[in-house]
Design a protein around this ligand. Structure first.
Ligand code: ADP
Length: 323
């Protein structure tokens, strides 16, 4: 990910050659029901590379008409032509993401394309992802974890109420805005269930965060896979590494299937935090708490009315001041 926030201020005025098309203008023809012909043209100034994903590069971008800043995900179409699965995944991501509207989910603004590229215009998250945060901070205080989990619960309530399972919740897909508010992003593996009884059969997810029922892939999976990943996230934020992490993926999967993890003595965490994590990391999906039940558990219920709405950006580097 970009290191730009660590560079001295004058680094951006350095007259070096622009990288990766920085400074290029991208013209977008966007659907707009309020205009006469149903279309509007907007121009975006391509900025710095924010990060690279599996098949997309993400840049900062400024709309020249409104001066609003965005994140612009760019996919080279040739790469999609090579993989039918990728193509389908991108279509699903767009179809699902554009229906979501929540303060803790990265806002989907527009999709547009030209001959060689597909573009997704997204809400810009200035403070990168939570995996960058944990790399810097190593682990977070219980107060911070309460703050972040309550925001994640709200995001998941919105997703699940719309029938959407995220299926790839992990620190790298949890972005942070200027005010250190969580924005859940990357809907690339999301699925929409047709009904509450519907089940998904496709194997997907990220090794460390994948739920056991996905690995077993016999009965199919549902919303509870996101609760499992939330348990992995809570553990990782408090302990500083994922609970089932192993030298290789096969051993990680074996530990997940055996539900083998522990709380290291060297890192003291409260019983309320352990209870919450244990409840989410249960092998049987139906034993995991619902989002409502999670909000009523001591670790979260005790602070629900006291957590701040934002955290200072200093918490990127050091625990926030108590109070
Ligand atoms: P892919 O779907 O190809 O994996 P991602 O959605 O993970 O792509 O995006 C790739 C990288 O771009 C991310 O890891 C992150 O560094 C950056 N990024 C993505 N979305 C945003 C955003 N809304 N704001 C800031 N950076 C972002």
């Amino acid at each position: 990910s970009s290191q730009s926030d660590l560079k001295p201020k004058d680094a951006c005025t350095h007259p070096s050659a622009p990288e990766d098309g920085e400074g290029e203008i991208i013209v977008a023809h966007i659907q707009d029901p309020s205009s006469e012909d149903g279309m509007v043209t907007k121009r975006f100034l391509k900025g710095k590379l924010l990060g690279k994903g599996g098949f997309a590069k993400c840049y900062g971008a400024t709309c020249l008409e409104t001066r609003t800043e965005y994140a612009l995900k760019i996919v080279v179409k040739a790469s999609l032509a090579k993989s039918k699965a990728r193509h389908k995944q991108l279509q699903t991501e767009i179809r699902i993401h554009r229906t979501l509207d929540h303060e803790h989910i990265v806002k989907f603004h527009h999709f547009f394309e030209d001959k060689h590229h597909a573009y997704i215009l997204l809400e810009l998250c200035h403070n990168h992802s939570m995996s960058d945060l944990i790399r810097r901070r190593k682990r977070l205080t219980e107060g911070e974890v309460q703050y972040y989990l309550l925001q994640l619960l709200e995001a998941l309530r919105h997703l699940h109420a719309k029938g959407v399972i995220h299926r790839d919740l992990k620190l790298g897909n949890l972005f942070l805005d200027k005010h250190m508010r969580i924005k859940v992003g990357d809907l690339g593996l999301a699925a929409k269930l047709l009904s509450r009884a519907d089940r998904k059969k496709t194997m997907c997810g990220t090794p460390n965060y994948i739920a056991p029922e996905i690995l077993e892939c016999s009965t199919g999976h549902s919303f509870q896979v996101d609760i499992w990943s939330l348990g992995v996230i809570a553990y990782t934020l408090l302990i500083g590494r994922p609970p089932f992490e192993c030298k290789d993926v096969k051993s990680t999967y074996q530990r997940i299937l055996a539900n083998r993890y522990n709380f290291p003595d060297a890192i003291p965490i409260s019983d309320a935090a352990k209870d919450l994590i244990r409840s989410m990391l249960q092998s049987q999906p139906e034993n995991r708490p619902s989002l409502e039940a999670l909000g009523r558990m001591t670790f979260l219920a005790q602070v629900k009315d006291f957590v701040p709405a934002t955290l200072p950006p200093s918490s990127l580097h050091a625990p926030p001041p108590r109070g």
